[in-house]
Design a protein around this ligand. Structure first.
Ligand code: SF4
Ligand code: MG
Length: 348
């Protein structure tokens, strides 16, 4: 599909001046029409910051310090929209209509004193002023049915619904205005594994039916592999590898991707900790030099502590197999810069 969202060179800091820390660095990412793009990484890797930055929901001290985020409307010949340049008023129109987001723990953000009916129809009332009350109700019923909830639950209050149902109501709200892009930040983390899979299966089916694109964010790599078309893996505020879900699963190239895949949580039984990777992710305030993963990487060598690896196709990839449009940021896959001559070497 054609690109629907193109992120290039995106940088986000927390704070300004000498105390500023880098939260996102040089993010290049393209979402294509109709695809599910998964974002993986441990907490603190920048996944949520990226979702907030792209939707302009970043709150201080978070600040976008560079880059572009372009949205391509579906209409033929429509000019791309620069999301970073939208006024607050334009943003309000853009959200829900073109792009909606379901946050972590969203099921708890339903208003406890209003029925499902009133919360679903509120979105329609705000954005479709021409719609009559019976049409709004009909649309609310349709939306509930879409996410697999019986229309007789329309009059229910949130506390009368299970967690899984509340989460599906949030997804129904996100789909209410038929947006082109739905961003899901850990949308199912609070639910049990069976319910998570059921909701995601529903979402992927709806994506096929309605044709929207999904950015799906979770720390659970097994869910990502199962439900994404492509996966971008983040570490220390950068994307370290991006490839098709099947390619990442079959042949992870970045040592961090490899570690994440080996800490695959059990599909049944209790969740396991990430056992594939020693140590813990870096703090933004103490980001390692060079490759941020080097203190934890079993394969680190000369250039790693000094030079930041660029995200690019691995050396020797000729694109001949077509399927593998992979990029990786690791010195194992790119010609490393020559080490700086040491003082001893340069002495006469
Ligand atoms: Fe490991 Fe070096 Fe690759 Fe970083 S660049 S992942 S430290 S081998
Ligand atoms: Mg997060």
């Amino acid at each position: 599909g054609r690109p629907v969202l193109t992120i290039s060179g995106l940088n986000v800091d927390y704070g300004t001046g000498p105390g500023a820390v880098h939260a996102l660095r040089d993010i290049d990412l393209t979402l294509h029409r109709g695809e599910v793009l998964g974002l993986a990484g441990e907490s603190g890797s920048g996944k949520s910051t990226l979702a907030y930055a792209v939707t302009r929901l970043l709150s201080p001290p978070g600040v976008i310090t560079g880059g572009d985020v372009l949205y391509q409307p579906p209409q033929d010949g429509a000019a791309p929209v620069d999301l970073l340049a939208l006024t607050p008023q334009e943003l309000r129109a853009f959200r829900w209509q073109e792009l909606s987001i379901v946050f972590q723990g969203a099921m708890n953000s339903l208003n406890p004193v209003h029925t499902v009916h009133s919360q679903l129809t509120d979105v329609l009332r705000a954005h479709r002023p021409g719609m009559k009350s019976p049409e709004r109700t009909a649309r609310a019923e349709e939306l509930l049915t879409l996410v697999g909830i019986s229309r007789d639950r329309l009059g229910a209050f949130p506390h009368q619904l299970s967690g899984g149902m509340r989460q599906r109501v949030m997804i129904a709200m996100a789909l209410a205005l038929e947006p082109e892009i739905v961003i899901m930040d850990e949308p199912t983390t609070a639910l049990d594994v069976v319910m998570q899979r059921q909701i995601l299966r529903k979402l992927v089916a709806l994506r096929e039916e309605l044709g929207f694109s999904v950015v799906f964010i979770t720390h659970d790599i097994s869910l990502l592999i199962e439900f994404s078309d492509r996966i971008a893996i983040m570490y220390g505020g950068r994307i370290v590898e991006e490839a098709g879900a099947a390619e990442i699963y079959r042949d992870p190239r970045h040592p961090y991707s490899d570690g994440l895949l080996h800490s695959f949580p059990a599909l049944h039984g209790p969740r396991r900790e990430l056992t594939g990777i020693p140590g813990s992710p870096p703090h933004l305030t103490a980001m390692p030099t060079g490759c941020a993963f080097h203190p934890r990487c079993g394969k680190a060598f000369d250039p790693c502590a000094e030079h930041v690896p660029v995200l690019a196709a691995p050396d020797g990839a000729d694109g001949a197999d077509g399927a593998d449009e992979r990029t990786v940021a690791c010195w194992l896959h790119h010609a490393a810069p020559a080490p700086a001559p040491s003082v001893a070497d340069s002495a006469p």
